[in-house]
Design a protein around this ligand. Structure first.
Ligand code: NPQ
Ligand code: MG
Length: 368
């Protein structure tokens, strides 16, 4: 398909509740909505870079620059058959995986629409619904955290992830475990510890957690190896895994036993699916991470999580956990068995609420 035009829109959407992690607290979510136009069809994609460089170095503004000045010019007017073509055309841009993944997602949606195939079926998905959990931000007090967790359990979420940081770890997680002795529970530090400060996380090993996510720095595979040797609980890497090669090396050096897959962090669905295959062949569990996506990225996550090796619940919550109003007409609901249905319609399987996009718009630019 010849790429005739591409539009990028910077959006800012209010969150239902503030979300606090070890790197900061937000009350609204910025993202870039991409639209690729070809043969009368529109493919939609979402770039998950944040307003601030807290989770990764990429921001909405770096992604805007890389998309506008490099990635979009590399595909405009060219003939693309699949995501591999797109990856080849952007291969000499170093880094900036979230910018690349946003463009690639829009291409998947476009191609799916042209071929009348859902993203799940194009990727080789085997599930019509996927198990999900909820990621709970740092609260004022451990008591407050227990109340918030209780509410999500009442909503029907059967797996809880608690965000931790130094000083807000063992006490908070211990309180949740004491209140709910048998729930599926895991924690995420977003790189807030060092090998030395992670000493104090030792009591977590007695709390029957599914996993401890990204305790140490993103560029620190080796100390994760040392830490994993000290813990019975599996360490799961998120920020550290930016490619299939990182995933293979992390497993070879026993730096983790589980991998969180986010298409945005690894430069696209293609690489996300490839990391899934690597892990599936080795019997290593993977699960789909979340970046507070709009309905666009949420639909993509559901398709990815329908692949056979996604054996742990994903950070893919219902729309209402994050947004009162979304930019897709579809709202994703939690089923009573803590699952969400995988979209079946062609491409991402979503349609856009243009009024909502207008309301959340910061700026837009079209290129042809
Ligand atoms: C994680 N997500 O697994 C991420 C971190 C995260 C659902 O816990 C704005 C943009 C806010 C990206 C907050 C979840 C964010 C963000 C958290 C990513 O590490
Ligand atoms: Mg994480």
């Amino acid at each position: 398909m010849i790429i005739e035009a591409v539009k990028i829109s910077h959006l800012r959407m209010p969150l239902v509740l503030p979300f606090e992690t070890s790197f900061g607290r937000i009350t609204s979510r910025d993202c870039i909505l991409l639209e690729i136009f070809s043969e009368g069809l529109t493919g939609y994609g979402e770039c998950v870079a944040d307003r601030d460089p807290g989770y990764s170095y990429e921001t909405v503004n770096t992604a805007w620059h890389i998309l506008k000045d490099y990635l979009i010019p590399a595909v405009l007017g060219r003939n693309l058959h699949d995501a591999d073509d797109c990856q080849a055309m952007v291969a000499n841009v170093r880094g900036h995986p979230m910018a690349k993944a946003g463009l690639e997602m829009a291409l998947w949606d476009l191609i799916g629409k042209a071929q009348s195939r859902s993203l799940s079926s194009m990727l080789g998905g085997v599930r019509t619904k996927v198990e999900v959990g909820v990621s709970v931000g740092i609260q004022e007090t451990p008591q407050e955290l227990v109340k918030v967790v209780e509410r999500y359990l009442q909503d029907g979420y059967q797996r809880i992830k608690v965000k931790i940081k130094p000083g807000r770890d063992v006490g908070d997680v211990g309180a949740v475990r004491a209140a709910f002795p048998s729930i599926r529970l895991q924690v995420d530090a977003n790189s807030a510890y060092t090998l030395a400060t992670a000493e104090r996380l030792k009591p977590l090993d007695g709390l029957d957690l599914l996993l401890i996510e990204q305790p140490l720095a993103e560029d620190d595979l080796w100390d994760h190896h040392k830490l994993q040797a000290q813990f019975a609980t599996p360490i799961c890497l998120d920020e550290s895994i930016l490619s299939v090669r990182h995933a293979r090396q992390a497993l070879e050096m026993a730096a983790c036993r589980i991998i969180n897959i986010k298409a945005g962090r690894v430069g696209g669905m293609n690489q996300g699916a490839a990391i899934h295959s690597l892990c599936h062949n080795k019997g290593v569990p993977v699960w789909c991470g979340g970046m507070l996506e709009t309905g666009v990225g949420r639909a993509a996550n559901l398709a990815l999580a329908s692949l056979p090796g996604f054996s742990l619940p994903g950070d893919i919550s219902a729309t209402e956990r994050y947004y009162q109003e979304d930019i897709t007409n579809e709202r994703f609901q939690l089923n009573s068995d803590s699952t969400i249905n995988v979209p079946k319609a062609p491409g991402l399987g979503i349609s856009i609420n243009e009024k909502a996009v207008k309301r959340f718009l910061v700026k837009a630019e079209s290129m042809s």
